[in-house]
Design a protein. Structure first.
Length: 262
């Protein structure tokens, strides 16, 4: 069983707002978000479409800057992309002319890390996500679920301290999603990283997380924080338990309440 998270904050949003400027006026995506993500925790953010959860993730990735407030990593303001952060998006966006192994190595190469050491780590990660025999294949030769596994390995190859995941399973069928939930849990457990996971799926959030954060419709605010009581590692059979049904019901109630708030 993995050691429980610490209470030391690694990621923090403080009174964070984000306004997009468009030709038709301003859109407030986030309206005063306060969020602390403890070091070593797996935290999920869930909310309706357009509530700003992906925008919040991009702020932590350094891809956007807040309009007001601050986002921090380990107490320092985030002002741009950080080597301590690994990112997995909704689609893995693999380079079709590169092999699986070459795709996984892209972040390590961009950071100038030792190639031999990085290749060994990449091969270890591919084995961990069940792709040990596919290192020399090209993306077109893989299924959608296999491509997403490549994306997870690529996220980890430069040994980031923080994992940011933006609905990485949203385009997959239900069975593949469940398989990858287990793989992601195993990958996270084996590397003891801090994870922030954006999802529309109540089941994904409940299965993967130490804590589930519920956001209101736009402008997004955090309206509920729900701790997950289950021990790790969690088998898929936990999805069928009474306790899991109670937890997902609690999350759904918080989402429904957020949707009706003035």
């Amino acid at each position: 069983m993995r050691a429980r998270r610490t209470d030391q904050t690694l990621l923090q949003a403080s009174d964070t707002s984000l306004v997009y400027r468009t030709r038709n006026g301003s859109i407030t995506a986030l309206g005063g978000v306060d969020l602390d993500v403890p070091r070593g925790a797996f935290v999920s953010v869930i909310g309706s479409s357009g509530c700003g959860k992906s925008s919040l993730l991009k702020l932590f990735a350094g891809l956007l800057r807040p309009s007001r407030g601050a986002v921090r990593i380990d107490g320092a303001d985030i002002v741009g992309p950080d080597r301590r952060v690994g990112i997995a998006f909704q689609r893995p966006t693999l380079m079709p002319w590169k092999t699986v192994l070459q795709n996984v190595l892209v972040p390590a190469a961009a950071q100038g890390r030792d190639r031999k050491e990085s290749q060994h780590h990449a091969e270890t990660l591919l084995a961990l996500v069940g792709l040990a025999g596919f290192a020399s294949n090209f993306p077109r030769e893989l299924s959608g679920g296999m491509q997403q596994r490549v994306g997870l390995a690529r996220m980890m190859v430069h040994e980031p301290e923080v994992l940011l995941l933006d609905e990485p399973f949203s385009a997959l069928d239900a069975l593949t999603r469940e398989e990858l939930m287990v793989e992601l849990q195993r990958l996270w457990l084996s590397n003891a990283r801090t994870a922030l996971f954006v999802t529309h799926s109540i089941a994904e959030a409940a299965f993967l997380s130490d804590r589930v954060v519920v956001m209101s419709p736009r402008p997004g605010r955090i309206v509920a924080t729900i701790d997950v009581p289950f021990e790790r590692p969690r088998p898929l059979s936990v999805l069928e338990t009474v306790g899991f049904a109670a937890l997902t019901g609690q999350i759904r109630h918080a989402l429904d309440a957020a949707a009706t708030r003035p």
